[in-house]
Design a protein around this ligand. Structure first.
Ligand code: PLP
Length: 423
């Protein structure tokens, strides 16, 4: 970590020396009612719109207008294999082989489809382990899977909890749970980067622990994709899912990415839900053939996908491909390190950062606990033009996104927070 300095001039200097600074102008920055740019630190919730996205969507609207159904084969980017255009760059972004990745459905839906295959409980081995502060949708999803298979959703759910007075989860505690109850656990399902604390877990370590005890292991990487280097293939996880509207800037409610490890690519004994899009492409339109599943992650598709949403994903992936995730993460570590440095100046009696200090154990998000704060603080920050995310009882989550946030954004945020706290 470089030694950072205080002051606006230094923030400006960091921006001048930032080789990725030009990318900010490739995104629409939200503005207040007077036309001033807001300090947008909410890319962990909804990423900003690339200016290029409109062009990608317009191409598909034009082809639909001019070609109708023929667009499936005759469009500039034919719709039938459209998802394949996304596969390679999506696989690169999450560190996977192309056969392991597909873009389909939405996130929680994919989580369920993955559990159809990778949560196959028996009387003896039926429990599911998640982190105690899992994203609510994930918790609801695993609870409903337990009930679906006839188990009690409290008895069947094991929580990996932080120790008293701590927020960050410890691997020793996970090891202990597995030593004690490993043979009862069918599935370990963890948020790759925890949405609340920003802790980036060691996916490989968790997977290897889980596999040692005979459990399936999957990750929800909604807060990881486009934010950290994931190495999904090498992690050896059985499956992973993520959304594309947070760090991947593909628009509200856009489609999800799904990873199924290569070793399952040709597996015929996995239970799964299927549709015509999981069927062999050569005979799909004969419509009569007996079901013949596609190998790899593609074999989990059900429906022909929404092309307009995929066009927005293509626009975003082209930017990631151009920049490279390694370069982005390098800037991210510097930008978030600078943010942490400035926040610490406010004094540890006023704020406490609950995100891990080690840059390898976090992405760009910092979760800031503010002493004696309530929701009013968040309201004031918003009025001061800072868009952040509030979590009860006292945590502000801010994500300086290396693609479009600047060092000056971070400087301004801390300055305005300080003014409010002193007010
Ligand atoms: C954002 C997020 C979701 C949201 O799920 P959708 O199905 O896209 O609405 C679920 N899980 C995690 C971990 C998330 O971060």
């Amino acid at each position: 970590m470089p030694d950072f300095q205080l002051g606006l001039e230094y923030a400006k200097l960091l921006d001048q020396n930032d080789t990725l600074s030009e990318y900010r102008s490739k995104f629409y920055m939200p503005k207040d009612s007077e036309g001033n740019e807001l300090i947008y630190l909410c890319g962990n919730s909804l990423g900003l719109q690339p200016k290029s996205t409109q062009k990608y969507i317009e191409q598909e609207l034009k082809d639909w207008a001019n070609l109708g159904v023929e667009g499936h084969t005759e469009a500039k980017n034919p719709w039938l294999p459209y998802h394949e255009v996304l596969t390679k760059s999506m696989a690169d972004l999450v560190g996977a082989q192309p056969i392991e990745v597909v873009v389909m459905n939405t996130l929680t839906a994919n989580l369920h489809f993955m559990m159809v295959s990778f949560y196959q409980p028996t009387k003896k081995r039926y429990k599911i382990l998640i982190e105690s502060d899992a994203f609510p949708s994930d918790k609801y999803a695993v609870e409903s899977q337990l009930r679906h298979h006839g188990f009690d959703d409290k008895e069947g759910l094991i929580l990996w909890e932080p120790r008293k007075g701590e927020e960050i989860l410890r691997y020793e505690d996970l090891e202990q749970i597995l030593e004690e109850q490993g043979e009862k656990i069918a599935l370990i399902m963890i948020g790759g980067v925890n949405y609340y604390t920003g802790q980036y877990f060691d996916l490989k370590r968790i997977t290897s622990l889980g596999h040692k005890h005979g459990c399936m292991v999957g990750f929800d990487c909604a807060h990881g994709a486009g934010n950290v280097i994931l190495d999904l293939h090498d992690s050896n996880a059985d499956f992973a899912v993520w959304c594309t509207y947070k760090y991947m800037n593909s628009g509200p409610g856009s489609l999800s990415g799904c990873f199924v490890h290569e070793r399952h690519a040709y597996s015929n004994n996995l239970n799964r839900f299927t549709g015509w899009w999981s069927h062999n492409k050569q005979t799909r339109f004969n419509m009569r053939h007996e079901f013949d599943v596609l190998p790899g992650a593609e074999g989990w598709q059900l429906s022909n996908p929404p092309i307009l949403s995929m066009a927005a994903i293509k626009a975003s992936l082209d930017i990631f491909h151009e920049v490279g995730i390694e370069e982005l993460v390098e800037k991210s570590k510097s930008l978030t390190g600078y943010f942490e440095f400035l926040l610490k100046q406010l004094g540890e009696d006023v704020i406490r950062i609950i995100t891990p200090e080690n840059p390898e154990e976090r992405g760009c998000q910092l979760s800031i606990q503010v002493k004696n704060a309530n929701k009013e603080l968040h309201t004031k920050l918003t009025e001061a033009g800072v868009i952040s995310d509030w979590r009860e009882p006292d945590v502000i989550r801010c994500a300086p996104v290396p693609l479009y946030n600047s060092y000056q954004d971070v400087y301004e945020m801390v300055k305005r927070l300080k003014t409010i706290l002193n007010g």
